[in-house]
Design a protein around this ligand. Structure first.
Ligand code: M6R
Length: 591
């Protein structure tokens, strides 16, 4: 959802450094990209283009300077083209922005009535024009005066021809300041920082930061100095590239087993298990919330809490929860699930519930993210940097964390043992996944793909459908298998594929009925099952993938990996870029 970066280097080529940073940040948006450099003569040179970061390459030749800012865009206001690309410039200023300026129309009218000429359709252009108008010789004062007029969310990187550093501002959009041997960097996300960075500071909302090649000074909105703690950054937090894999999505699916192990280990090392146990055992009710895949992880986990632990658990889409009159008591436990920890819908929803008295736990892959500042307790998902826009290993990591939290109602060490014993199943699935290619061929040849299951399989089916549609652009839906005959069967014909998950033997017969109903209507069927007898029975009538044996309750940890592989292979067969699906971005920091 737009990535910003800025570097103030002791020496070297800031344009190159920012360009590499934009490549690492591209998962946050890839509608357009641009950068501005302050050259050694104090001139600001800007290069920006519609489309991918690579389109900037040709324009960088011959640009020198040690200070630069850059932006990769996920368009909100104005179509993705060269003009609407950031940075936006006015007078001696250049600005990159991540967020949304909610009052930009009023500000634009006001600026236009005083003679200001706008060139883009973006909300962001008002920022640079306001700063330029406020400038009377002191950059910091101009920035502080301008941002006081903004409503909305903004992480800003600002260059000024009169100033040798960068000014950063943070309000409700993420930004970190990184320190290293070569200089100081600002960046939307820790994983996209350059590898010379060894420590970071996290600005708070309202902070204005002066960045030079040697230091960063933090001020509040009234320009009073404030202290921000410096924390170390470890190599595992940074994006280490995709190695020999053709795509990050595939690499990240293959990192699932490690994610399971690391998340289990971290649970007992980094979490305040005693307090968490009190929260869980004292809960009158558990509400799990998140968006997209994180919400879908909640659908699976509700089964862990309700079926296994007898705790009433409801799962809510975060963007709906914020405005719903859900019943809250001081014993209500809210679990916010978010890979990035920055999803605005989730952060805002749980902040509101916290204000109403709920206890909030965050399950997140990003340790210093916004959600961790709202939550009373954090349970880390240890998936490492996840670069592909489609969540894969982080989904399984979320399931691990949620399984362990639910396990606190009973024997949590037994729960950990069960999870670790799954690792063999995951690795044998990944070692022998030829069926993924065969089912992907059927998906790629279909006009629509339905994922069906009952019980916990239904929860996995919903995520399988999201994964397939986002990376392949094939219409897809996830359904409870029993619902088929109540409507969706009308859509089934010889051009559709139904993928049926059967991992719960108590519900297997009912699912087999769904297979027959589809085949009778000439629909194509694929079956994913961990049950040997089901595999044998259905292998004559459907494409069957027998995945490693496991209990129904633990089957999502294996079946979801199989379904991720099918989505990945379908995308590749159709020539899509699975790492950067059209119109999407990795972390959605606007509501
Ligand atoms: O960072 P989060 O987990 O909060 O993100 C939530 C969703 O935006 C995310 O899961 C999205 O649905 C993914 N593209 C799914 O693959």
């Amino acid at each position: 959802m737009c990535g910003i970066i800025g570097v103030a280097l002791k020496s070297g080529n800031a344009a190159r450094e920012v360009y590499s940073g934009l490549e690492r940040l591209e998962y946050r948006g890839y509608d357009s990209a641009g950068l501005s450099v302050r050259d050694n003569d104090g001139r600001i040179i800007t290069v920006k283009r519609g489309g991918r970061v690579a389109n900037l390459q040709a324009g960088l030749y011959g640009i020198t300077g040690c200070v630069a800012i850059g932006h990769t865009r996920w368009a909100t206001h104005g179509e993705p083209n060269d003009v609407n690309a950031h940075p936006h410039t006015a007078g001696i200023f250049s600005v990159v922005h991540n967020g949304i300026i909610e009052n930009f129309r009023e500000l634009k009218d006001e600026l236009q009535s005083s003679g200001e000429k706008f060139v883009s359709e973006t909300d962001s252009e008002v920022i640079v024009r306001l700063i330029n108008r406020e400038y009377k010789g002191d950059v910091l004062t101009a920035v502080a005066a301008a941002v006081k007029k903004l409503k909305g969310s903004y992480a800003l990187g600002i260059l000024c021809a009169d100033f040798k550093g960068i000014i950063a501002v943070k309000y409700k959009s993420p930004v970190v300041v990184g320190f290293g041997t070569d200089g100081v960097t600002l960046c939307s996300d820790i994983p996209a920082l350059p590898d010379y960075v060894n420590s970071v500071c996290l600005p708070e909302d309202g902070d204005i930061v002066i960045i030079t090649d040697k230091s960063a000074s933090f001020y509040d909105k009234d320009l009073q100095p404030v202290n921000r703690v410096r924390r170390p950054v470890f190599a595992g937090q940074l994006n280490a590239g995709r190695g020999d894999y053709p795509h990050f999505m595939l690499k990240e699916i293959y990192e699932t087993e490690q994610t399971v192990r690391d998340t289990c280990e971290s649970f007992f090392r980094n979490v305040d298990v005693k307090r968490l146990t009190e929260y869980v055992r004292g809960a009158d009710r558990v509400i799990i919330t998140g968006c997209g895949t994180a919400y879908n992880a909640g659908l699976v986990a509700a089964r862990f809490f309700t079926d296994r632990c007898g705790v009433f658990c409801q799962v809510e889409i975060a963007s709906e929860l914020r405005y719903s009159p859900v019943h809250i008591t001081s014993a209500t436990l809210v679990i916010a699930v978010s890979q990035s920890g920055e999803t605005a819908d989730t952060v805002e929803a749980v902040s509101a519930l916290k204000e109403r008295g709920a206890r909030v736990i965050a399950v997140t892959n990003c340790g210093f993210s916004a959600i961790t500042r709202v939550a009373g307790l954090v349970v880390p998902v240890c998936a490492g940097a996840e670069v592909c826009v489609a969540a894969t290993k982080s989904y399984i990591g979320q399931l691990v964390a949620l399984y362990l939290i639910a396990g606190l109602t009973g024997d949590v060490f037994k729960a950990r043992g069960e999870l670790l014993s799954l690792c063999n199943g995951i690795s044998s699935l990944l070692n022998d996944c030829s069926k993924a290619g065969l089912i992907a061929e059927k998906c790629a040849a279909s006009s629509a793909v339905f994922f069906l299951g009952r019980g916990i399989d239904y929860a996995v089916a919903v995520e399988a459908s999201l994964k397939l549609k986002e990376v392949s652009y094939i219409f897809s839906d996830g359904y409870p298998a029993g619902e088929l005959k109540h409507g969706t069967l009308a859509l089934v014909d010889e051009n559709t594929l139904s993928v049926i998950l059967i991992c719960d033997k108590t519900l297997a017969d009912k699912c087999e009925n769904a297979v027959s109903q589809i085949i009778s209507r000439k629909g194509k069927v694929a079956v994913i099952t961990c049950l040997a007898d089901v595999a044998e029975k259905l292998s004559g009538s459907a494409e069957v993938w027998k995945i490693p044996a496991c209990s129904a309750e633990l089957s999502p940890f294996v079946s979801a990996v199989a379904l991720q592989l099918i989505a990945y292979k379908t995308a590749v067969l159709l020539g899509r870029d699975p790492d950067k699906p059209r119109n999407l971005a990795k972390s959605v920091t606007v509501e």
